[in-house]
Design a protein around this ligand. Sequence first.
Ligand SMILES: Nc1nc2c(c(=O)[nH]1)N[C@H]1C(S)=C(S)[C@@H](COP(=O)(O)OP(=O)(O)OC[C@H]3O[C@@H](n4cnc5c(=O)[nH]c(N)nc54)[C@H](O)[C@@H]3O)O[C@H]1N2
Ligand SMILES: Nc1nc2c(c(=O)[nH]1)N[C@H]1C(S)=C(S)[C@@H](COP(=O)(O)OP(=O)(O)OC[C@H]3O[C@@H](n4cnc5c(=O)[nH]c(N)nc54)[C@H](O)[C@@H]3O)O[C@H]1N2
Ligand SMILES: [Mo]
Length: 828
Amino acid sequence: MDNSTLSGKLSRRRFLSASGAIAAAFFTAGLWPKSALAEAIAKALPEFTALRAAREGVLSAAHWGAFEATITDGRLIRVKPIQDDPAANELVQMVPEQVHAANRIRCPMARKSWLEGGPGSHTELRGQDQWVRLSWDKAISLVGDEILRIQRQHGPQAIYAGSYGWKSVGLLHNCQALLKRLMNLAGGFLGYTGDYSTGAAQIIMPHVVGSIEVYEQQTTWPNVIEHSQLVVLWGCNPLVTLRNSWNVPDHVGAGGFMALKKKGTRIICIDPVKNESARQLDAEWIAPRPYTDCALMMGLAHTLLVEKRHDIDFIRDYTVGFEPFSAYLVGEQDGQAKDADWAADLCGISAAAIRQLARDMASQRTMIMAGWGIQRQHHGEQQHWMLVTLAAMLGQIGLPGGGFGFSYHYSSGGSPRATGGVLSGMTAGKAPKGAPTPIPVARIADCLANPGKTIAHNGRTLTYPDVKMVYVAGGNTLQQHQDINNLIKAWQRPETIVVNEPYWTATARYADIVLPATTSYERNDLEMGGDYSGRYIFPMHQCVAPQHEARDDFAIFSALAAHIGHEQAFTEGKTELEWLEAMYEAMRRQAAIADVALPPFPLFWSSNNYVRFPLAETDQQWVRFADYREDPLMNPLGTPSGKIEITSETIAAMGYDDSPAHPTWMTPHEWYRGPEAERFPLSLSSGHPVNRLHSQLDNTSLRDNYAVAGREAVLINRQDAALRGIRPGDLVRVWNDRGQVLVGAVVGDDIRPGVIRINEGAWYGALDAAVPGSLCINGSVNCLTFDIGSSQLAQGSCGQMAQVQMEKYRGETPENTAHRSPVDDQRL
Ligand SMILES: Nc1nc2c(c(=O)[nH]1)N[C@H]1C(S)=C(S)[C@@H](COP(=O)(O)OP(=O)(O)OC[C@H]3O[C@@H](n4cnc5c(=O)[nH]c(N)nc54)[C@H](O)[C@@H]3O)O[C@H]1N2
Ligand SMILES: Nc1nc2c(c(=O)[nH]1)N[C@H]1C(S)=C(S)[C@@H](COP(=O)(O)OP(=O)(O)OC[C@H]3O[C@@H](n4cnc5c(=O)[nH]c(N)nc54)[C@H](O)[C@@H]3O)O[C@H]1N2
Ligand SMILES: [Mo]
C-alpha cells in the first residue's frame, strides 16, 4: 500500500471516531440554522460533504446538475448550480421555467370520445378530440378499472407498460419503476429490452468482448490525459452530450476533454458535422459521408494489414477469428479488397488520408472514443464491432491511454470511482409467473400495428402480442420513436392510452387519459451524482408545492394500487420520507463497510447538504481491460472463447443474412447511393440537442438560443443552400415519403455537402392533425426517419439516418402551436 492510499485510509477512519460528535449535534439540530448545522458537520467530518451548505436556498438536482433554488412567495424564481460543479451549463437555469411552464397539464383529463363511447372509441381522433376535465377520484377509478378489465379479458401481454424514457432524476419517484411495480401487482405487463441509445452496440458487444461496453467504466481520465497521444472522436460530440447525465452529472468528462486540449494532445473528430466538440477542442475534422463509417474503418484496417502495422502478438494472444476477417479484408472470397481506395470511394475521404490516419494510429498511443450515433443506424452493430477489431489490430487495448472507449461522451465515463455507498431506489418488484416476453424497445410501433407477427432477435424468435392498453410515464413516445406518422397509425390500435406527464407533450395530446404529474422540484427525493464515479449523494428537497392539481407519480400509482386492492404491497406502508430514510440508511451501511462514516438520515436531510465521497489515488489510474491483458487465462472475457471475438461462432450460428460472422460492410437501408437518393439526395443526420435533453426543455426560453424562424434549426452546407436558394434564417421544408417538417435554416461550412443536420427532440406538432403525414410545424426529425430494426440480431433504432429533400418554404407561415396547451386552461 503506498503512502497516499494509507493516508486516505487513515483520514477515512477518523470520520468514524468523529461520528459520536455528530450524533450529539443531531439532537440540537432543530435549534440550529441549516448552514450552522452543516458547518458543525463539516468540522466533525472534514471529508464527509462538499461542506458548503446551501445558503441561497433549497438543494435539489436534475439531469443537468445539482443546484440551490431560491423560492419567493411559493414560486421557484432562481437557481444557482452547486459550487462543486466544475462545468455547470445553462440547462440548469431553466428549472424555474420547468415548474411554472404555461403548458403544464393542470388537472386530470379524458378524451371526449373515449369517455363517452368507452375504450376503443374513435381512436382515429387521438390528437384532435376534445378534452374533458376529470376529478382525481374519477380518473383513478377509470384507469384502475381499465387495468383490471384488460388483465381479465386479455391478459398481461395486452398491457404495454414499458414506458421508455428519460423521466427525471430521483430514485424514489422513478415513475417507470413505479408503473412497473403497479403492473406487476396487477398481474404483469409487456415490457421492453434494450434502449434507443445503444440498441445495436449493447447487443453485439457481449458477443465480441463479453460485456455491453457502452455503459462500462472507461480507462480513467487522469490516465488518458497522461498517456494518450492521439484521441480519435468517432461520431462523438462529448462537450454536448456530457451536459446531461442519467443520474446527476459530476461533469468530470468535460474537464477531461479540456485538459487534453490544454496539453496539446492531438484530437481528430470523424463526423459529417464539425460538431461543437470539434470546434471547441480545435480538433482536426474528417468528414465522411454519413452511414459509411464501417467502410472507412475497413480501409484503415486494410492499410494496417498490408503495411504490416498490425500487432500480430496481440491478435494471437487476445483474439479469435482474425483469419476469416482478414481474408474478407483482402477480398479472398468476393475479389474485392477493402483497401483505402475502396473505402475512399464509399465514404468520400481520400485514400491518402485514410492511409495516413492508419499510420498515425499505429505509431502513437491511440484512444478511439466512439459515440453512439454511428450505431443508431441500419447495420449499426457493425460499426462498434469493427472499431473493436481496429483497436485489436492496433494492439493497445488494456494499455494506459490506449484502446477504445464507448462511453467517454456519456455521463462522464472515465470519471474515477469514489469509495462510499450506493443508493438503490424504488423497484418494479417481482414479476408474476409467466410474465410476457419483452419486445426490443424500438419495435413498439411494429408491435402495436402487427399482433401475431414474428421477428428474430439475438438468436430467438418473438411473437408480438395484441396490445390493448398503453401506459406511458416518464417518456415521450411521439418524440423518441422513428417515423412518427407510422407510429400515429399504429397508436390508433390500442383501446386505451394513459399518460402521466407534467406537460402537454405530443404523447400526452395523443392519449385518452392524461394524469398531471409533478416535476421533481415539487417532491422530496434522493439521487446519486456521477454515474461512473458514484461520488455524490444529493438530497432533492421539495422546492415548491405541487402545481395546479398535479400529483407525484408515487401518489398516482399508490392510488391506482389501492383501487385494484394492492396498496399495502405497493407502498409497504411507508411514506415518502420513510422510503427516503430506508434508502439512505441502506447506503450508509455500505459506506460504513467502506470506512466512510455518514450522519444518520434526519441529520443529513436537515443539513441541506450533500455527500461527497473520497477518491483514492489508485482509483485515478484504472485502465479498462488491463487485467485481461495482464493475464487472459485468469481474467478471461465473458465471450464463449474468453477472448475478443473478431469472428463470432455464436452470431454465425444465428444465420441472419444481415448479421454475418465477422464485421462486414453492408449497404444501408437508405443512403446517398441507393435508388431513393434520386428523389431524396440529402443524407440526414440527427444528433442530440445542445440545449435540451431530447424533448425536455424545448418548452423553455433556451429555445431562443437555437430556434430559427421559430422552429427547430436545420444545418445546411453553403453549397446545398445555394443550389436551392436558401438563405440563413429562411423557413425550409424538409421531406421524404414518410413525412415533412418545417425548420429554420442555419447555413455554413461546418457540415459536409450533401448532409443536413436536424437534432432530435423538437416537439411534434401537426399543421392539421386530421391529415396523415401533415407538415410538422415545429420540426420534429422523427417525421423523416424510418422504422426498421438495425438488424435481426439487435433490432436497434435507426434514428440517425434517412434520405430527404428540402426546399425554401414559400407557403403561408403557420403559427407554431406545438408547445401550447390544447385546452383553454382559463376555463378549467
Ligand atoms: N431521430 C432520432 N430519434 C431519437 C434519437 C436520435 O438520436 N435520433 N435518440 C433516441 C434516444 S438515444 C433516446 S434516449 C430517446 C429519448 O426519448 P425520451 O426519453 O422519450 O425523451 P424525453 O424528452 O427525455 O422524454 C421524457 C419525458 O418524461 C417527462 N417527465 C419528466 N419527469 C417526469 C416525471 O417525474 N413524471 C412523469 N410522469 N413524466 C416525467 C418529460 O416531460 C418528457 O416528456 O430518443 C430517441 N430518439
Ligand atoms: N445535451 C444533451 N446531452 C445528451 C442528450 C441530449 O439529448 N442532449 N442525450 C443523452 C442520451 S440519452 C444519449 S443516448 C447520448 C447520445 O450520445 P450520441 O449517440 O453519441 O450522440 P449523437 O449526437 O446522437 O451522435 C454523436 C455524433 O455522431 C455523429 N454522427 C451521426 N451519424 C454519423 C455517421 O454516420 N458517421 C459519423 N462518423 N458520425 C455520425 C453526429 O453528427 C454527432 O455529432 O447523449 C446524452 N447526452
Ligand atoms: Mo439515449
